[in-house]
Design a protein around this ligand. Structure first.
Ligand code: URA
Length: 465
């Protein structure tokens, strides 16, 4: 017997359906069968918005079992979805739980989503930078996934920081501070959490309409007016090839705009990690450097480019160049840094640890990896660096495991650097000494050293607006 999932959402759905739909939930259920919808999708047919809504609703309330939803997801994986179906799936998922209502807060509400990378600590810097420009950013974020880090694990590396905020806490901090970084709550878009759990174990994660609906449903429920998407492309990204990344960015922006919000997307390079750190407290240090105007060029550039998109989307700047100049002034004047301190304090963080990053958690052991040859770093595989950081303790191996905030990889050389044989390329930080040989192997394999200086590669690969 299949058990219902979450009575609270069953009640919400029943109400939503009764209000928004001339047919009652019960009468729809009489005429629809999951098997018919699965077969139609399997055979390449199209589902109506009402059918998709019924399916998502049934899955969330427990009347459609995991095995039928899994079969449906696999049919979508192979057959895809039309744009209209993707819009309907996104809406149905966004409506599966509560929404963050920021409508009574003054100022333009903005949001950002990255498809995930290594060393991608942009959110920690971007939220205070755009908030110091007068925008309101209440960002719901996730934890480390696979070889990629998660903003919530990073933010929690600051002692005292609390990220599990209630919807009311999110709203009131957004109104007071203009900046929030909170863990995805179980109440917002429960359909995404439930569907993602199935996708994760049924080989259906890399499906363009499923990724689009997952990302966009969370952004719709997040209450922002304007949203920028950072679609990562390259070795350390979900989308390794340009064509795939471009297709995802285009779908996200088209579907997002059809849903009545302003969206734009940047496609950014993720062949080598962003910045010099992969690991939670290590990346906080890096975000602090960006906010104080002394961060690594690539991380600073992606932060400014995404921030500039938001200022333009929000109507606060006429063009990205002017927006960028404004953001640089906010960093140089110290206002972005002050906003970060305000954000950390509002969430209970110990300001001494951000003012003196040496007080952030540190691992007990640090080991350097030396260059096997002299030459130029021609490539630095981001995925291996992310995997090594996870292995050293920065990520999880089983659901719910605590991450080690001090663990990770510090890169001492990046693509384009000239190195000598025996020079340190990276420093490993860990409390798990037994993991060091495997991490060393991954990092040694990540560095490609050759005689020629590589051509500089662009960081911002494309823009879809
Ligand atoms: N990020 C998400 O939020 N959902 C996906 O399906 C993939 C990446």
């Amino acid at each position: 017997m299949h058990s219902p999932r979450g009575g609270k959402y069953r009640a919400l759905w029943a109400l939503g359906t009764a209000l928004g739909n001339p047919q009652s939930c019960a009468s729809i259920a009489k005429v629809m069968r999951a098997i018919d919808l699965i077969e139609r999708k399997r055979d390449g047919g199209e589902l109506s918005s009402q059918e998709i809504r019924w399916l998502v609703q049934g899955f969330v309330n427990g009347t459609i079992p995991d095995y039928q939803m899994s079969a449906f997801l696999m049919a979508v994986y192979f057959r895809g979805m039309t744009e209209q179906e993707t819009v309907a799936l996104t809406q149905a998922m966004a409506e599966s739980g509560e929404k963050i209502d920021l409508s009574r807060i003054g100022g333009v509400k903005v949001d950002k989503h990255s498809t995930g990378g290594v060393g991608d600590t942009v959110t920690l810097a971007l939220v205070p930078v755009v908030a110091s420009a007068g925008l309101v950013m209440a960002k719901l974020s996730g934890r480390a996934l696979g070889h990629t880090g998660g903003t919530i694990d990073k933010f929690e590396a600051i002692p005292g920081v609390r990220t599990e905020l209630s919807l009311e806490e999110i709203r009131s901090q957004a109104a007071r501070v203009g900046a929030v970084i909170a863990d995805h709550t179980a109440d917002v878009v429960p359909a995404d959490r439930l569907i993602y759990e199935l996708r994760d174990v049924t080989g259906t994660v890399p499906s363009l309409p499923l990724i689009a609906a997952s990302v966009l449903s969370k952004k719709l429920a997040g209450g922002a007016d304007a949203i920028v998407l950072d679609v990562k492309c390259g070795d350390g990204a979900f989308m390794r090839e340009w064509a795939e990344a471009e297709r995802l960015a285009t779908t996200l922006v088209r579907v997002g705009n059809r849903l009545g919000k302003k969206f734009s997307a940047l496609i950014t390079a993720m062949d080598e990690p962003l910045g010099r750190m992969a690991g939670n407290a290590l990346e906080v240090r890096q975000a602090v450097e960006v906010l104080q105007g002394r961060g690594p060029a690539d991380l600073t550039e992606v932060t400014l480019a995404l921030g500039a998109e938001l200022l333009v989307l929000a109507g606060e700047a006429p063009a990205p160049a002017a927006a960028r100049a404004c953001l640089i002034r906010l960093v140089e004047s110290g206002r972005a840094w002050e906003k970060f301190r305000e954000l950390v304090a509002a969430q209970g963080g110990d300001l001494r640890a951000v003012d003196n990053p040496e007080l952030l958690p540190q691992a007990s052991t640090a080991v350097e990896i030396l260059s096997p040859a002299s030459g130029y770093v021609q490539g630095l595989a981001a995925r291996n660096i992310g995997l090594a950081a996870g292995l050293l303790g920065a990520g999880r191996e089983v659901k719910g495991q605590a991450v080690d905030p001090g663990a990770g990889v510090e890169l001492l050389a990046k693509v384009g650097y000239e190195v000598r044989r025996g020079q340190p390329l990276a420093r490993l930080h860990t409390n798990r000494k037994e993991r060091i040989p495997e991490a060393e192997r991954l990092i040694a394999a990540a560095f490609h050293i050759g005689p020629d200086r590589p051509e500089p590669r662009p960081l911002i690969l494309g823009r879809v607006a």
